[in-house]
Design a protein around this ligand. Structure first.
Ligand code: G3H
Ligand code: ZN
Length: 287
C-alpha cells in the first residue's frame, strides 16, 4: 500500500541518506520506478507534475495505477505517491483522491500568501495522514511550464515555512530544473548550511537533481538533504535507448511494431538509472 513520505524522509534525514523522488509520465515509467526501487530494496517517491497527471488521465488514474501496480508487481518497499509543484487547488484535490504526499508550491507568490496557503494545505493534508512539501526561494529553469527565477532562499523565510508544520522543505540553493549550463556556479552550500541550521532537522528537498555531480549530491545530503527529485535524466536515458533501438532497425525485425517491444529498451534504461541514483543517494537497502 502507499505510505506518506513523512516517516521515510525523517528516517533518511536521521540516517544521512536521501530518498529518490522520480517523476513519472505513463505506465512504463511507473513500472520502471517501482521495479528499480524494489530491486534496490529502497523506499521511493513516485511523483507526478500537474501536467504529467493530466496526460495520464487525471489524478485518480495515477492513484489507481500506482496502487494496483504495487499489488500486481508484488512491491514490498515503501512507496509514496507525491504531487510535484502543485498549485493550491491541485494539492487539495490530490489529498482527497488518495495521493499520500503533496507539494504545494507557492514560491511564486508573495511570501505571506505562500505561508498562509501552506498552513491550509498542512491542516487538510495532515487530517488525512498526507505529507506536505513547500518551497521557499526559487528553483531556476523550467519544468512542465513551471518557470523559476533561481533566487536563493532566505534562511529566515525557510524557518517561518518550516514552522507552519510542513513535513519537508524545498529551498532554492542554486539548483536548476533541466540541464545545468556550462557556467553553473554549483550548489550554494553556504545557503544550504544556514537553512539546515535554522530549520532544526526538517528534511530538505533538492529539486533539479539531474546533472548534479555526485560529490555535490553527497555534500548536500550530509547537510540535510533527504529527498532528491529526478526527472530530466530519466527522460534523457529513455529517449536515448528508444532512439538507439529504432535507429538500429530493431523495430523492423519480426513484430517490431509491437508497442511493448518498442518501449522496452527505454523502460529498462529508466530502471537502471533509478537503481543507480538510489545507490548515489545512499538509500539502497534502506527499505
Ligand atoms: O520537481 C522535479 C525535479 O525538481 C526535477 O528536476 O528535471 O532537473 O531532474 P530535473
Ligand atoms: Zn522541481
Amino acid at each position: 500500500a502507499l505510505v506518506s513520505a513523512a516517516e521515510m524522509l525523517k528516517n533518511a534525514r536521521e540516517g544521512k541518506y536521501a530518498v529518490g523522488a522520480f517523476n513519472t509520465n505513463n505506465l512504463e515509467w511507473t513500472k520502471a520506478i517501482l521495479q528499480g526501487a524494489q530491486e534496490a530494496n529502497a523506499p521511493v517517491m513516485i511523483q507526478t507534475s500537474m501536467g504529467a497527471a493530466k496526460y495520464m488521465g487525471g489524478y485518480q488514474v495515477c492513484v489507481h495505477l500506482v496502487e494496483d501496480l504495487i499489488e500486481s508487481m508484488g512491491i514490498t518497499v515503501p512507496v509514496a505517491l507525491h504531487l510535484d509543484h502543485g498549485e493550491y487547488e491541485d494539492a487539495l484535490r490530490c489529498i482527497e483522491l488518495g495521493y499520500t504526499s503533496v507539494m504545494y508550491d507557492g514560491s511564486h507568490l508573495p511570501f505571506d500568501e505562500n505561508i498562509e496557503l501552506a498552513k491550509e494545505v498542512v491542516a487538510k493534508a495532515h487530517a488525512k495522514g498526507v505529507s506536505v512539501e513547500c518551497e521557499v526561494g526559487s528553483i531556476g529553469g523550467e519544468e512542465d511550464g513551471v518557470i523559476g527565477s533561481g533566487e536563493l532562499a532566505d534562511p529566515n523565510e525557510c524557518k517561518q515555512m518550516a514552522d507552519t508544520g510542513i513535513d519537508f522543505l524545498a529551498a532554492g540553493i542554486g539548483n536548476i530544473h533541466g540541464a545545468y549550463p556550462e557556467n553553473w556556479a554549483g550548489l550554494s552550500f553556504e545557503t544550504l548550511g544556514k537553512i539546515a541550521d535554522i530549520t532544526e532537522g526538517i528534511p530538505l528537498v533538492l529539486h533539479g537533481g539531474s546533472g548534479i555531480p555526485l560529490e555535490q549530491i553527497q555534500k548536500a545530503i550530509s547537510l540535510g538533504v533527504s529527498k532528491i527529485n529526478v526527472n530530466t535524466e530519466c527522460q534523457e536515458v529513455f529517449a536515448a535507448a528508444t532512439r538507439k533501438y529504432i535507429e538500429e532497425g530493431k523495430d523492423l525485425e519480426g513484430k517490431g511494431f509491437d508497442p511493448r517491444k518498442l518501449l522496452a529498451p527505454g523502460t529498462q534504461a529508466v530502471v537502471d538509472l533509478v537503481k543507480q541514483r538510489i545507490e548515489w543517494f545512499g538509500s539502497t537497502n534502506k527499505a
